[in-house]
Design a protein around this ligand. Structure first.
Ligand code: FES
Length: 190
């Protein structure tokens, strides 16, 4: 009789609360194996699905591959693609420094949060937008200012926020390359 996988064995145990992350890692080890060389592919999958590799996930992976958690942590820390924080393709940053603050950044912040359905520091579920604060971007006499990736928008009003977001979506769908994170800076006065 074949031995059930650890995931199946756990789920078959009566009264056992199935730990979905552990089961997921069990399935990944079924796919990639439990040798040391499976470590990076497994971590990449976890990062892809959860956008972050938690300490608990690292422990579970170490356990399944019979290596030390410190070794897993070392690998995650070494490879930036594994530990970089998840950001959407379009990162909108609102300047919160004094001139933009006095020019009405709070109303812009409310509008951005409302239109994107996320708070500052969050990313939309579809991974398209992240919303962050920025410090002075050098457009103090033209505030409030926002950065959309590397592009600066000045004199932003709440009414213009939706317009900017819609323009971003259209541009992104048409030319996703424009939203690479290391593009050039262009100012758009609204
Ligand atoms: S204070 Fe916002 S750009 Fe300088």
């Amino acid at each position: 009789m074949p031995t059930p996988s650890p995931a199946k064995a756990r789920s078959q145990r009566p009264g056992t609360k199935v730990n979905s992350l552990q089961d997921e890692i069990d399935r990944l080890t079924e796919r990639f194996g439990t040798e040391r060389k499976a470590l990076i592919p497994i971590l990449q999958e976890i990062k892809k699905r959860h956008h972050i590799i938690s300490g608990y996930a690292m422990q579970c992976v170490a356990d399944r591959l019979s290596i030390s958690p410190a070794e897993v942590y070392g690998v995650v820390s070494f490879y930036s693609f594994l530990h970089e924080e998840y950001q959407g393709r379009i990162v909108i940053r609102l300047c919160r420094t004094i001139s933009c603050d006095m020019a009405g950044k709070d109303a812009i912040a409310r509008q951005l949060q409302n239109d994107l359905g996320i708070k500052f520091g969050e990313t939309t579920d579809d991974g398209k937008f992240s919303l962050e604060w920025a410090n002075c971007v050098g457009m103090c006499d033209r505030g409030p200012a926002i950065l959309v990736n590397e592009q600066v928008f000045t004199h932003v009003t709440p009414e213009k926020v939706q317009e900017i977001i819609q323009a971003c979506i259209k541009m992104y769908e048409k030319t996703p390359d424009l939203f690479k994170k290391n593009g050039h800076s262009h100012e758009h006065s609204k």
